[in-house]
Structures are given as C-alpha cells and as structure tokens.
Write a protein that binds this ligand. Sequence first.
Ligand code: ADQ
Length: 464
Amino acid sequence: MTRLVVVSNRVPDPGRPPTGGLAVAVQAALRDRGGIWMGWSGRSSGDDEPPPMIHRKDGNITYALTDLSDRDLAEYYNGFANSVLWPLCHYRTDLTDFARREAQGYFRVNRLFADRLLPLIREDDVIWVHDYHLLPLADELRRRGVANRIGFFMHIPWPAPDIYLTLPPGTRLLQAMTAFDLLGFQTENDAANFRQCLERGGLAAPVPGEEGLFQTPERRFRLGAFPIGIDTAGFARTARNASRSAALRNFRTHLGAQKLLVGVDRLDYSKGLIQRLNGYRRFLETETEWSGRVSYLQITPRTRSGVAEYEALQREVAELAGQIAGAFGRLDWVPFRYFNRAFSRQMLASIYRMASVALVTPLRDGMNLVAKEFVAAQDPDDPGVLILSQFAGAASELASGALLVNPYDEEAIAQAISRAVAMQPHERRQRHDAMMAVLRGNDVFTWCSSFLDRLAAPRAAVTA
Ligand code: ADQ
C-alpha cells in the first residue's frame, strides 16, 4: 500500500492519545499505511527564521513539525487565515479584514510548507492536505516537480461566488487549487458553490458526462462532497461508560427533575451564540410554566485570542449570560450556566447524555461535530432532542431527526426549545433512530476511506 502524507496547520500531539474523531481516523489511516503528518508545531521562532523541522516517530508514523516566526503567525495564521478566509467562508464579509501584506505572508508560509515537505516525499506517496490554511499548497508542490496524487479537504463552508469573489486574491487562489487531484467539501452545497466559482472565473470546465470531473488546459481534477463523520461507536461507548466525576454526580443531583439544555461551541462569531441566548431568553419570558424546570449549560472555550473580534464577542456573550442569570434566576434555581473552558471528552459525553436538548445553532458551519456527538451519546431508549441550524453542514444529513431552525430567528429558537422540552418519548426515539442510522452509515472511518479511495482512482487524461 502507498504511504500517506497528511498536511494540516495543526498536528495532534505525537505520542498522546488523539482527542477528537478526525485525529483518531487520520491516525488510523496513517497507521494502516505508514506515513507522515506534517504541520505547524504550535511554537514561534520569534523574529528568527524557523529552525529545521523536528521529526518525532511514533511506530510507523513520523510527525514532522515546523515552527513559524512571529511575522508568519501574524500574517498567515491570525491574519489571512483567521481574519480573512475564516470570516469570508462563514459569509461575514463585514469582518473580512483584507490586507495585501497578510496575503503575501499566507502564500509565503505555503511556500515554506512546500519547501520543507519536498525532501520527505517519496514517488508513490499519496498526499492529503487539510483546510483553508493551505489552499495553495498543491500548486507550490507542483511548481517543485511533485507529480504525486494530492487531495484536499475543506473543513469549513465554501461560500457562494458573490461572497467568495469579493476576496482580492480570490481568483489566484482558485487557480492554485486546480493543482489538487481531488477537492473534498462537507456538503453538496459547498461543492456546488466551489464549482460556480470556478465557472465564473473561467478557470475550469466540467467534463461532460463525468460527474465531478473538471478540466483546465493543463490538467484534470475531481471535486465532490464528503460529509465528515465522528467515531460513532466509540463516542457512544464513552457516553455509556458514564464519567465517574463527583462534580458530575453532584450536578445531576442538583438538577433533580429539571431538564438540561446544553450548548458546546468554541467561542466564535460563526456559532450564533448571541441569537441562541436571546432565543433562550425569549423562551423563558414567554413559556413561564417552564420556569424552575429547565436549566441551560453553555460550554464555550475561548479560542484565537489574537484576533480582536473574539475579544469583543467574549464580552458580549458574558454580558448576555449575566443578564439571563440575573433576570430569571432565583435562590433555588439557576437557569443558565456559562463556562469558558474545554472539558474532557468523557465529561462532554456524559453531559450530552444527561441533557434533554442540545442547541446547535451556528449561523454557518462546515459540518458541526457537536451535533453528531450529541446524537451518538444519547440513551436510545430515552434520547434527547437536537435543535440544529439549517446552515450547519450537519443539517444536510440530520434533517430527518433534528428540529431545524433558522439561527437568526430568535423566536423560532424559542419555539423549538418549547417543542423539544415537551416532546414525547416515542417521537424522540423515532427521530434519534433516524439520525443514528445516518451516523452509523457514515462515521469518520468511512469518511476517511471514501476520500482516500476516490483520490486513488485512476487519473483521467486531459483531452483537447
Ligand atoms: P470546529 O469549528 O472546531 O471545526 P466542530 O465541528 O463543532 O467545530 O468541532 C468541535 C470539536 O471540538 C468537537 O469535537 C467538540 O466536541 C470539541 N469541543 C467543542 N467545545 C469543547 C469543549 N468545551 N471542551 C472540549 N471539547 C470541545 C471545523 C469546522 C466544522 C467541522 C470540523 C470538522 O468549523 O464545521 O465540523 O472542522 O470538519
């Protein structure tokens, strides 16, 4: 079997058990074939050029880690990736803070990745690049003579052409992306948006009669939807083996007969936290018979502290959280709890299983794995209800069982909460069964192998 070379901005800690389904699946694929996982070490080299890469071996996997300089991190990571591409792909052109210097830094770091990867690549390796930090990487590798199969998976949404094409180097990036052999997106909608961007830019044309195959004057490539899954069986097992944490036991006792609502999101403006909290507030205002009978737990670790919008959002969410607790709380009832830290996976799984309702209402999300984890963690005999944004990638798979909402509509969120807390067991079971069937049929291991199988499919010759 050919070796696998995975490239992503961040790499899981070598030697430590992987957290998160994606790392589990990618590591399993790497272990099967042997290979390399290359990415940023998480460290800065300050004002100096990054020193040579560090190589850590773990069985048949080599982790190749590069530091980046402060300037690289400011321009590539906090700059173009997180302050331009992230908001743009989440339809927030108002927050897209474009600067030419940062775009140059982004292409420069992609050249650095290519230079550092080049000596590690063997002729028949298959290369799999992940996410928006590395859109031009295949093009840089091709310029250095790499003819290997190179695939790409986009974890975040691909926006509609009228949004994407507002990006000054948008066409240059698209052109660079045609150097991949396979481009994978989370949903058919994302894939269709990308196709339209290509066609609008006149960069590639579909090959008639060949679904997903495109042609430029030089080469052919494929694109398609590969919705990412979770380790469904593994996560369900973790949730069944309830965490023995004393805090969790006390929490359960404290809740008594109250129904637990849960939200778990990184602190990010794409997650729709303000609208969601306002929806909950409206529910408490209008459905007063639930006063004292529900409690909402929001777990939101802070991320990207180097980007100004995240600091502002932190203040806004904290203020709203305080208002809700202050306005509705009683001596004997806490209607809202807000945490700003990460929880262990065991703890999260137990909390999901304890909850009657999950609120997963991003304004835009590539997939949203929390929605899938919540479903997998449920007791099938007495499952909770998933309230899910119609703009999360997960909605394209879970529409049969979730209560879909428009995440901008606070009234609709309030109504969905009141429907969820009152839902009868038979309807909850029916909905849960439907969603579990999807999650079992497409877990993260299936996702990984279906992408890699498609990448390995014979290349089609370019026709005149
Ligand atoms: P994210 O934006 O990070 O991922 P998501 O898909 O929800 O979003 O994944 C978050 C992961 O972090 C989940 O596994 C979740 O359990 C975990 N997590 C969240 N809050 C946590 C907490 N407080 N403590 C511990 N763990 C926590 C990007 C895209 C998504 C896409 C994924 C995978 O933005 O749309 O689904 O990649 O492709």
